[in-house]
Design a protein around this ligand. Structure first.
Ligand code: G
Ligand code: G
Ligand code: MN
Ligand code: NA
Length: 256
């Protein structure tokens, strides 16, 4: 059976799982947050990765419900950690462009926070750069609404498309995530021009009081370079892969 025939049943059967990938503060290499990334454990086909099903769900609209499901699972976990006295760090969720046509799309997110009595300050939305570019005129007020409700917002995949630096001026985001393409082996980063771009973006973000997170970091050499360049945080296989919530807990909130 194809993906579209199975998605409803999969949601009902709780075959979608939230994985968390830690984000590390470069100043002290401690976990300062995490990104939620969905996985689909299909009883017949095994683990399905988002690249296979997210594009399908973006076309048919199902992504709106899946994003909310992910968000609720995250809030449920945060509530449990708070009850256990853990010092909780913020978790980010990816927000599909499919939410944006609905002017009240934030309402269900707020309701879930209320239901679990979780402060929206512990939650962040990641919107990909291309969404910001496509909605150049209309998106700034949406981000203001997120702030009004207490959420933070970051620009994902920064530098992956034909973005202009103007986007940083127009979008009141709290953080930018430097696209992992910058850090691919043999990529632009290896040459002076690539490094100049990264360093200039980090410097500019600092002046705008926007945090920087580098994604897809796989080597300690990159870690040292980014720290020297003034980047705030990194997310990547060098320190941790996306992992099931129980594993994340053991790593982020060790006993004792
Ligand atoms: O998880 P992976 O590490 O394979 O992510 C692949 C892509 O799928 C990324 O672009 C990521 O933003 C997207 N993605 C992962 N989880 C979610 C989700 O819960 N909602 C949305 N909208 N996109 C997601
Ligand atoms: O939402 P976004 O498009 O940023 O999704 C993050 C994606 O990056 C996920 O698919 C995640 O599994 C992947 N990822 C995270 N860290 C690394 C890394 O160090 N190397 C590579 N190749 N991919 C990574
Ligand atoms: Mn992301
Ligand atoms: Na990204």
């Amino acid at each position: 059976k194809n993906i579209e025939n199975k998605m409803e049943m999969a949601l009902k059967n709780r075959d979608f799982f939230v994985y968390l990938q830690p984000k590390y503060e470069l100043a002290n290499r401690t976990i300062a947050g995490a990104e939620a990334l969905v996985r689909w454990r299909d009883p017949e086909q095994g683990m399905l990765l988002p690249d296979l099903f997210i594009p399908v769900f973006e076309r048919n609209g199902f992504i709106v419900r899946l994003d909310l499901y992910v968000f609720e699972e995250v809030c449920r976990s945060i509530r449990r950690w708070l009850n256990e006295g853990k010092k909780v760090t913020p978790i980010s969720v990816n927000l599909s462009r499919a939410h944006l046509p609905d002017p009240d799309f934030l309402e269900p997110y707020r309701k879930i926070c209320d239901k679990y009595e979780v402060s929206p300050s512990l939650l962040e939305f990641e919107l990909t750069e291309s969404i910001m570019f496509e909605n150049f005129k209309s998106l700034a007020p949406v981000i203001e609404n997120m702030h009004q409700a207490g959420f933070t917002c970051s620009m994902d995949d920064f530098g992956s498309g034909y973005s202009s630096l103007n986007i940083l001026k127009e979008m009141p985001v709290d953080a930018i995530k430097l696209d992992r393409d910058f850090f691919l082996p043999g990529s632009k980063t290896d040459i002076t021009r690539g490094k100049s771009v990264i360093e200039t973006v980090i410097e500019l973000a600092k002046k705008l009081h926007i945090k920087t997170v580098a994604e897809g970091i796989e080597t300690l050499e990159q870690v040292d370079y980014l720290k020297a360049a003034g980047c705030d945080m990194i997310q990547g296989f060098v320190f941790a892969k996306p992992m099931p919530i129980p594993e994340f807990e053991k790593l982020a909130y060790p006993i004792g």
